[in-house]
Ligand binder design. Structure first.
Ligand SMILES: CC(=O)SCCNC(=O)CCNC(=O)[C@H](O)C(C)(C)COP(=O)(O)OP(=O)(O)OC[C@H]1O[C@@H](n2cnc3c(N)ncnc32)[C@H](O)[C@@H]1OP(=O)(O)O
Ligand SMILES: O=C([O-])CC(=O)C(=O)O
Length: 454
């Protein structure tokens, strides 16, 4: 497009964008008047009931004398507390494959079932011939989530049974996508890093004797070398991000698109597009960028008042990306705490010590403590605000030398397991298109011919 045309379009959309902002604005009072829950949640974070699920459970409130009061958050996958699951494998073995089996099939595998599942998953880590050259390396993007989405949609062309919605076929597609998402992400990053940043290009094939976490690090690093601690911490990060109920934005997207009868590739592409949003999975990148900005703009990082002042500026849209948010804080459902952030914190502390980054950990801890106070001063808080799963995840990935561009893709490598379980549960149970209602507040008008309009 020529520069002149482009300028005209920009000028035009500047003017008409303002018209849209006026025309489309609906006053906040109308939502209250008609009892419409913004974000499909009430002020305590209770979502509008849209379905039933066996897959996971979240608790953020408890009932005391008939009254619902905020409590520390709890999370269960298929009946098992996330704390027990992590304790169960931690130090002994890698958990990603075991918890994937649990989420997909509803029960923990025995030793033979786990070994068989790992073999199936590892054998599925292959891409169609020349896929890396013909798809991933073409038009590489800094936005690796977009790159993966493109790859997932293109994989549909290589699947002769793409549109078959039978459960066995959908399960086959889900397992293949779970197995290769790490390759699509890491190779997408290498392509970007080579063509856009001028670094060397290399492709390491996954090793079928290794876990998902180890393979991610092996494919990412030029020398394929990683430590046991690094792989185990990444494995725990993956397990903590795998699943979070049917209502989180990307899983609900999975449910909605599945209910329309779309194929697995389109469903996963839609879920990826949801997850990348900075209010959802994209928050892990924002946290690290925001903390970098904090370090650059607060002269004394031991001065808590100065940190509070910076956090206040974030909320007043005067600092960082000027969106009014403190990333990594708050949650649509949790109130006093997110159990995953607590589990994460204990590992982060150890990793920070091992990597000599205790001071930085101290700054994260201070922000975690101070941000809820500052948010409460400047916003109306109903259910409490605390650090969410992504407050510490970016810091962990940074300590693992994982590039910023891969933070949200790592979330996707985990959450695709939850999406798969929810897609299958939707297909097994509900043959009904999801279609919520919008109350129309539009006024009907008499049509005016073009020549009569002012
Ligand atoms: C994996 C995940 O998706 S976890 C979430 C990752 N996202 C982030 O970390 C981004 C920052 N956080 C947020 O944007 C929000 O906390 C959300 C989107 C996660 C949840 O938002 P809500 O459901 O509105 O939370 P809640 O009802 O507790 O909010 C109460 C008030 O505090 C504000 N608030 C909550 N968290 C934050 C925050 N981190 N920064 C600034 N204000 C916040 C809300 O905007 C709301 O004020 P308002 O009524 O004036 O709009
Ligand atoms: O549940 C939500 O709204 C957000 C989410 O995905 C998570 O916390 O893992």
């Amino acid at each position: 497009m020529e520069q002149k045309e482009k300028m005209n379009l920009v000028d035009y959309t500047d003017i008409y964008g303002k018209i849209c902002e006026q025309t489309d604005l609906i006053s906040a009072e109308l939502f209250d008047e008609f009892g419409v829950k913004r974000g499909l949640r009430d002020k305590n974070g209770n979502g509008v009931l849209s379905g039933l699920t066996h897959i996971s459970k979240i608790q953020a409130f408890k009932e005391v004398n008939g009254e619902k009061i905020p409590c520390d958050g709890k999370l269960w996958y298929r009946g098992y507390s996330i704390i027990d699951l992590v304790k169960g494998f931690h130090g002994e073995r890698f958990g990603y494959e075991e918890v994937t089996y649990l989420l997909l099939f509803g029960r923990l595998p025995n030793m033979a079932e786990l070994e068989e599942f790992k073999r199936v998953l590892n054998a599925s880590r292959t891409l169609p011939t020349n896929f890396t050259r013909d798809v991933i390396m073409k038009a590489p993007s800094k936005d690796i989530m977009n790159s993966i989405t493109k790859s997932v949609l293109t994989l549909a062309s290589y699947d002769d049974n793409m549109a078959d919605p039978s459960i066995s076929n959908v399960l086959r597609q889900c397992l293949q996508l779970i197995a290769i998402l790490p390759m699509l992400s890491v190779y997408g990053y290498h392509a970007y890093n080579h063509y856009e940043c001028g670094d060397s290009f290399y492709i390491h094939r996954p090793d079928e004797n290794l876990s998902t976490a180890e393979n991610i690090l092996l494919m990412l690093r030029p020398d394929k070398v990683y430590t046991e601690l690094e792989a185990k911490v990444l494995d725990i990060a993956l397990v903590l991000h795998m699943e979070h109920g049917g209502g989180n934005n990307s899983t609900f997207t999975t449910r909605v698109v599945s209910s329309a009868g779309s194929d697995t590739y389109s469903v996963v592409a839609a879920a990826l597009s949801s997850l990348k949003g900075p209010k959802h999975g994209g928050a892990n990148i924002k946290v690290v960028e925001m903390m970098r900005d904090l370090r650059e703009n607060v002269s004394d990082l031991h001065d808590e008042e100065a940190i509070k002042e910076y956090l206040g500026k974030l909320l007043d849209k005067q600092a960082f990306d000027k969106k009014g948010l403190i990333y990594g804080m708050g949650h649509a459902v949790y109130s006093l705490s997110d159990p995953r952030a607590r589990i994460f914190k204990s590992f982060v502390e150890r990793l920070a010590k091992a990597k000599g980054r205790d001071e930085e950990f101290g700054i994260y801890s201070a922000v975690e403590r101070l941000a809820p106070e500052v948010i409460a001063e400047k916003r109306k808080i109903y259910k409490g605000v605390s650090a969410n799963v992504d407050f510490y995840s970016g810091f962990v990935y940074n300590m693992l030398d994982i590039p910023l561009e891969l933070y949200t893709p790592i979330f996707a490598m985990a959450r695709i397991v939850g999406w798969s379980a929810h897609r299958i549960e939707e297909l097994v149970n509900v043959d009904k298109i999801i279609r919520p209602a919008y109350l129309s507040i539009m006024e009907e008008k008499d049509y005016k011919p073009l020549e009569d309009r002012e």
